[in-house]
Write a protein that binds this ligand. Structure first.
Ligand code: ACO
Length: 325
């Protein structure tokens, strides 16, 4: 009999410091960088984002989200046998955020590791956890997406610094004899490295290269729209379902125009798309679990519904997870 992974509970966390576009525009103006609420809303749909306090690292945000997901699942951290964190903004080069979260949750022993696939990080992490549950090597997995992108933004570059925010989202998965995750689909193509990257790295005690985010927005936009449709269709085909079977589309929250265009290609009405980019900005690997938890907690997503989660990000990486909630 096939083993499925079922979502037992979800959780998320946003840092207290919330900046509207107007707040951010005021701060940037003090450094001679010009932007406006109108420009940001019209081009991206973003109205506000949260930034972590200086004292908060990626693992702190991840642990808060994890605690909420564990409470919603009704299990303790000691009952987990796998922890995976999707992140590109870890507290340190090593050890991993996942091992820090494990310790902060007051547990030890189970495998814990990070997955680095930028904005597709949560989709990659969820797919790995699903595979490990299907293979019988794990029964209860904590999967987190957590980011502090505010640490890698160039606040002199208005074309990127207005787009991102910090946050974390988490799910607890459990092995079940009923779906659960129906299909997954992952891809990558390294030739797109330069259109979205943070080229700096630690080298002999210093930073070599520029340690801030660089992006060719139009190239990213074009690529994202195409691959998001392809990967959604691939997961649907694997599960023998069609776009009409999707109750909720929960895409990576980068830009409202990318999300609307994906929904249109999948013949879905806009009210079936979970949108949080307006309030969170782009939180990279955290954006999908943050959106999922938001719609679970406000009652839009109900047990038994079919959800399409899909992401695309630096690498380039992309993929989708189709599941029955
Ligand atoms: N405020 C005011 N003006 C700005 C700003 C800003 N924050 N940023 C750029 N502009 C100006 C530019 O200087 C330019 O001015 P010019 O015409 O005088 O030269 C003008 O606005 C248009 O700039 P473009 O870069 O052509 O604007 P575009 O319509 O392409 O929008 C954007 C830029 C929003 C980044 C868009 O390309 C996009 O959404 N791309 C997708 C990228 C994305 O979402 N990335 C997220 C990370 S990747 C991921 O998560 C998958």
């Amino acid at each position: 009999m096939r083993i499925y992974s079922r979502i037992l509970g979800t959780g998320s966390y946003l840092p207290e410091n919330r900046l509207t576009n107007a707040d951010l525009a005021d701060q940037l103006a003090q450094q001679g960088v010009e932007t406006s609420d109108d420009w940001i809303v019209e081009r991206t749909g973003i109205r506000a984002r949260h930034f972590a306090a200086d004292s908060q690292g990626c693992s702190d945000l991840a642990t808060e989200a994890a605690r909420k997901a564990l409470a919603a699942a009704g299990i303790s951290a000691d009952e987990l046998d796998l922890i995976i964190v999707g992140t590109s903004t870890p507290d340190m080069v090593f050890p991993s955020v996942a091992t820090m979260v494990q310790h902060k949750l007051g547990t030890a022993g189970c495998p814990a590791f990070d997955v680095q696939a930028v904005c597709s990080g949560f989709i990659y992490a969820l797919t790995i956890a699903d595979s490990m549950i299907q293979s019988g090597s794990a029964k209860r997995a904590l999967v987190i997406g957590s980011e502090v992108f505010s640490r890698i933004l160039d606040f002199k570059d208005r074309t990127t610094c207005v787009l991102f925010g910090d946050g974390a989202g988490a799910v607890v998965l459990e092995a079940a004899d009923q779906p659960g995750i129906l299909a997954t689909d992952l891809h990558a193509d390294g030739k797109y490295k330069d259109i979205l990257c943070v080229p700096g790295h630690v080298n002999r005690g210093g930073i070599l290269g520029d340690p801030v985010l660089k992006m060719d927005g139009q190239a990213v936009f074009k690529l994202a729209v195409g691959v998001l449709e392809e990967t959604a269709r691939a997961s649907l085909a694997k599960a023998n379902l069609t776009d009409a079977d999707i109750d909720w589309l929960i895409p990576h929250q980068a830009n409202i125009r990318i999300m609307q265009s994906t929904a249109k290609k999948l013949k879905m009405s806009a009210d079936k798309v979970v949108v949080t980019v307006d309030q969170h900005g782009n939180t990279s690997a955290a954006s999908i679990p943050l959106a999922l938890d938001t719609a679970v907690r406000d009652g839009r997503i109900q047990r038994g519904q079919t959800l399409m989660l899909e992401g695309v990000g630096g690498g380039f990486t992309w993929g989708s997870v189709l599941l029955r909630y």
